[in-house]
Design a binder for this molecule. Structure first.
Ligand SMILES: *Cc1c(COP(=O)(O)O)cnc(C)c1O
Ligand SMILES: [Zn+2]
Length: 500
């Protein structure tokens, strides 16, 4: 819809102007720093940073009802920079000029309701939010859209050329970082570090196709992360891991969308999210808090973080009920099908600790919980979900296994509705699904495929034929007729079809 066709009272709010100031704040020493340099850690104490916005001008006086109206109308606006995460511009990074905004088709992913079959299998009603429908097939695109928009702005502003982006990845950060950097070819080059043999073939092919330099490093993700931290502290590179707080801001759009998808009523919703480096749960908590503070939503949803028992340091931290006695201990990860979340020392842990406290305080009760699930439960959930019409990846299976665990443990009550993150597209992780369906899971994953779910291709071998068609050598005439009849008969036998 064209701008002049919107109602008068809303029109001049639709296209925002940069306003206010943004700054980094250290979660360790609470020091504040200007955003005219890219910072990943606190220059004075090395602590983890978060970004904050100090609004000025007309954005300060907008009430909850008006915000809701602005976002709902913006959904109809035909204006590229505001089509993705920046529909919520004022709540993400309202200092980035609209010309610097990068939009590659990310965000506004659908929420798809589970059918009755799946509802009874899990024990309650729920939706999957399909993050696998983002351009690089995971939610990481939300964060990259923000980080690369800011980089574009910074590069133009400071006349920086030959920028090199770099990241460590369990597969999806690199796919996304490489894709967004590739769009900025000429301004930006990218390099990605992957733990050798620990990403799926599809995830490996993504950054290669985007033209990134792909570096395979020995060890697991936690090792890669240490190397990339060393690089970003000592060399002139732009780090794209979620240590980069601009990524967190972009990923907050996930919460804003859930609010909007449910007409800003989320008190009865329970958000399930798999935790790896803990960037996403940080963003989700922070996003809902921002909407609450601005009265865009009247109440906060419940949030449940899910981890595999092969990589569950966050879950373990919160096992201790008394906050003053909690101690964070990194864990040594074991092989996990939820490979994108196979992280033993999450970078965003200080952010989680800070925000969980703030969230529960704002809610006036405990509203964030953590559950741990087994590899078996994750795989069974992925298989059952997809047999019921979904496109869940292994981490989506992890969300669903967490939903079932939470119902079992009384963390979800009657009347509450689950919103489960299906964080990537099922095809990125189809190798795990294939191993399950063909009953050839390596023992270290501790997954025993259920016999009833086995599914492998059946080779059709029509009987009594002298000639079979081959590529480049089609059959003709009588031979073709015989082939069609014999194949159809064989398939009818396999499928046990009745004659009409
Ligand atoms: C990155 C990722 C996760 C984990 O998110 P964090 O922000 O690292 O906690 C989960 N699932 C998928 C598919 C991912 O790519
Ligand atoms: Zn500090």
């Amino acid at each position: 819809m064209k701008l002049n066709e919107f109602p008068d009272d809303i029109r001049h709010y639709l296209i925002p102007e940069p306003s206010g100031t943004m700054f980094y704040r250290c979660l360790g020493c609470r020091g504040e720093f200007a955003i005219d340099h890219l910072l990943y850690t606190c220059p004075s104490c090395g602590g983890i940073l978060m970004l904050y916005h100090q609004p000025t001008g007309k954005a300060k006086d907008i009430n909850g009802a008006l915000w809701r109206k602005i976002f709902d109308y913006r959904g109809m606006l035909n204006f590229n920079p505001l089509k993705g995460i920046f529909r919520y511009y004022e709540f993400i990074a309202p200092i980035i000029p609209l010309e610097a905004i990068l939009y590659l088709g990310e965000a506004h992913t659908p929420v798809v309701m589970a059918n009755k079959n799946l509802e009874s299998a899990t024990g309650g009603p729920f939706y999957f939010k399909y993050e696998g429908l983002n351009p690089s097939l995971s939610f990481k695109d939300r964060g990259m859209a923000c980080a690369l928009s800011f980089l574009t702005y910074l590069a133009k502003n400071k006349n920086i050329k030959d920028l090199l982006t770099i990241c460590a990845s369990t597969g999806d950060t690199s796919a996304s970082g490489a894709l967004y950097s590739a769009y900025l070819t000429g301004l930006i080059k990218s390099a990605v570090l992957l733990p050798k043999g620990k990403v799926t073939p599809q995830q490996l092919s993504q950054p290669l196709g985007s033209g990134a330099t792909v570096l395979e490093v020995p060890g697991v993700f936690d090792d890669c992360m240490k190397v990339v931290e060393e690089l970003s502290e000592n060399y002139n590179v732009a780090l794209l891991n979620s240590k980069n707080s601009w990524r967190i801001l972009g990923q907050e759009s996930y919460s804003f969308e859930i609010a909007q998808d449910f007409d800003y009523q989320v008190a009865d919703k329970v958000i399930f999210v798999p935790i790896g480096n803990a960037g996403n749960i940080t963003a989700i908590i922070s996003g809902f808090l921002k909407f609450l503070k601005a009265n865009v939503i009247p109440e906060l949803p419940k949030i449940i973080g899910v981890q595999s028992d092969h990589a569950d340091p966050v879950y373990r931290y919160y096992l201790e009920d008394d906050p003053s006695r909690r101690r964070f201990e990194p864990v040594t990860v074991k092989p996990s099908v939820a490979q994108a979340a196979m992280i033993g020392n999450p970078v965003s842990m200080p952010r989680v600790i800070d925000l969980v406290g703030e969230y529960n305080l704002a809610a006036g009760q405990e509203r964030i919980f953590f559950v741990s699930v087994t590899e078996q439960e994750i795989m069974d959930a992925m298989i059952i979900a997809n047999k019921n019409g979904h496109i869940a990846c292994t981490q989506g299976g992890e969300s669903m296994a967490g939903f079932m665990k939470a119902i079992e443990g009384g963390l979800v009550s009657k009347g509450e509705i689950g919103i489960l993150a299906a964080t990537a597209h099922t095809l990125k992780f189809s190798s795990f699904q294939d191993m399950y369906l063909a009953n050839r899971f390596p023992p270290e994953f501790q997954v025993k495929p259920r016999k009833a779910y086995r599914n492998t291709p059946i080779s059709v071998q029509p009987k009594g034929l002298r000639k079979l068609p081959q590529a480049g050598k089609p059959l003709q005439g009588k031979d073709l007729d015989l082939f069609i009849k014999a194949s159809a008969a064989e398939i009818a036998r396999i499928l046990d079809l009745k004659k009409r």
